[in-house]
Design a protein around this ligand. Structure first.
Ligand code: PEP
Ligand code: MG
Length: 296
């Protein structure tokens, strides 16, 4: 069966109207690039940068980050590579940041909230991303967004970083900025967010826990933690509709993107990118090819 799936490695799934649906890879480290390429991943839909920060006893330098993001973009010259800015909270602390004790870390100081409060850390990452954007089709997305102001404040920081790099004579390039849709606030505010960004990527892992009010790590409520629940699917549909109406791209990088029972529904909603573990890429390419051959 594995051999038969290999036939789908280089397939480019195309909807009836000619639109390409990207089957991309979720990666957490450069070591995973080879597996993604071997599977035929059409770029990277989510590069989690947390590991870069957790691997060392100190914060990663701008040069080290710029090299990492450049290498990633260069590994997929024909497709977009989406890097997610640091998404960390008190449940996964890192060296160099003092996290407060929190009763509810999943509702607390994490992701974009922490980054905006720590421009000394955030700006290093944004400068590295601006430098890496010279080397490929790099995109950047923000995690845990719940308000348009978070996007605006990030944009101001990006402009500040670009101005600094220009003054220093360091090569850099602009990149499309997107947000993850993973809080109910982002779903209900999707129309306003769509006016501010170039793309959405739905994070069903967190979106499910927040819509269902069911901790994604707590086995006692695991049965509620299902992206196929009609309430979660309605949230995905609402975000997709806002993106389609605004004419921006929408994809998914939560684990539901590889679910055989949901993929067709996500395509009907208008998603044009599904990003997943490299191990699932060929199976989903096969499913999409069959779906589109059948005239969907
Ligand atoms: C998600 O929340 O769906 C997601 C892709 O991000 P993470 O699993 O890293 O929180
Ligand atoms: Mg998430």
């Amino acid at each position: 069966e594995k051999e038969a799936l290999k036939a789908y490695r280089d397939v480019v799934p195309r909807r009836g109207d000619g639109t390409v649906v990207h089957v991309a890879a979720n990666l957490g480290a450069l070591e995973e690039i080879e597996a993604a390429q071997a599977a035929g991943a059409m770029g990277v839909g989510l590069f989690r940068t947390e590991l870069l920060f957790m691997r060392h006893m100190h914060l990663p330098s701008e040069d080290m980050q710029a090299e990492t993001y450049s290498a990633l973009a260069q590994a997929f010259p024909d497709h977009p590579v989406i890097v997610r800015t640091l998404d960390i909270g008190g449940d996964k602390p890192i060296a160099g940041v003092e996290f407060p004790e929190e009763e509810n870390p999943f509702l607390g100081w994490r992701g974009i909230r922490m980054c905006l409060d720590r421009p000394d850390i955030f700006k290093v990452q944004l400068r590295a991303l601006l430098r890496a954007a010279v080397h490929g089709n790099l995109r950047v997305m923000l995690p845990m967004v719940s308000d348009v102001d978070e996007v605006r404040r990030t944009r101001r920081l990006i402009e500040e970083c670009a101005a600094e790099l220009s003054a220093e004579g360091v090569a850099h390039a602009a990149f499309p900025l997107g947000v993850m849709i993973e809080t109910p606030a982002a779903v209900f505010g999707a129309r306003a967010l769509a006016k501010e960004v170039a793309f959405f990527s739905i994070g069903t892992n967190d979106l499910t826990q927040y819509v269902m009010a069911a901790d994604r790590l707590n086995p006692a409520v695991a049965s509620l933690n299902d992206a196929a629940h009609p309430a979660v699917m309605a949230a995905v549909a609402q975000a997709a509709q806002a993106a389609v109406e605004a004419g921006i791209e929408i994809g998914m990088c939560g684990e539901a993107a590889a679910r055989e029972d949901l993929v067709a529904e996500f395509i009907r909603m208008g998603l044009t990118e599904l990003s997943m573990s490299p191990a699932s890429v060929q199976r989903v390419k096969k499913q999409l090819s069959e779906l589109f051959d059948a005239g969907t």
